[in-house]
Design a protein around this ligand. Structure first.
Ligand SMILES: [Zn+2]
Ligand SMILES: [Zn+2]
Length: 158
């Protein structure tokens, strides 16, 4: 069976985000770039994350910082909450998402509104503003998918 895309689009990885990460296809929308960047975190591709970051935002130690952030982080899934503009006809866009992860045995999330721009037909991530966390309630199923309640699984510390 084909590997499902980590971005949870429901498509196989090979026809969803893989061609973007390998450079054989470009993101047509801000949402596609968002999904592919999430996959780059899952696949630990610092190169792709830097390449899709707007050149004005790159720093000399990006690769090192990214590689450090990969250690100990298991990504559990991505939910795109909304996208404003960011379509093929647009030159800017905004995507609000929640990315869930486990880090050192604790559940966490990034809830962010991300800004994207398109220059010369190429979408870039510019920056994002963090939004309040919304973790599962104590009695809801844990994000890791093992069927236990959040409080008895990765939410024990909250
Ligand atoms: Zn994907
Ligand atoms: Zn869990």
């Amino acid at each position: 069976m084909d590997e499902q895309c980590p971005c949870l689009s429901g498509q196989p990885y090979l026809t969803c985000c893989a061609p973007l990460l390998s450079g054989t296809r470009k993101a047509e929308t801000a949402g596609q770039l968002m999904r592919s960047r999430y996959c780059a975190f899952v696949k630990q591709s610092a190169e792709y994350l830097i390449q899709t970051l707007h050149p004005s935002k790159r720093r000399h130690d990006d690769a090192e910082q990214l590689r450090h952030s990969f250690i100990d982080t298991d990504w559990l899934g991505l939910t795109i909450l909304r996208q404003e503009l960011g379509q093929p006809v647009d030159s800017s866009g905004r995507v609000e998402f929640i990315a869930r992860f486990l880090q050192a045995g604790r559940a966490g999330q990034i809830h962010e509104c991300s800004e994207f721009v398109k220059e010369k037909d190429t979408w870039f991530y510019v920056d994002g503003s963090r939004q309040p966390e919304s973790l599962p309630a104590r009695n809801e199923p844990c994000w890791c998918g093992n069927g236990k309640k959040f409080k008895k699984c990765h939410g024990f510390h909250r």
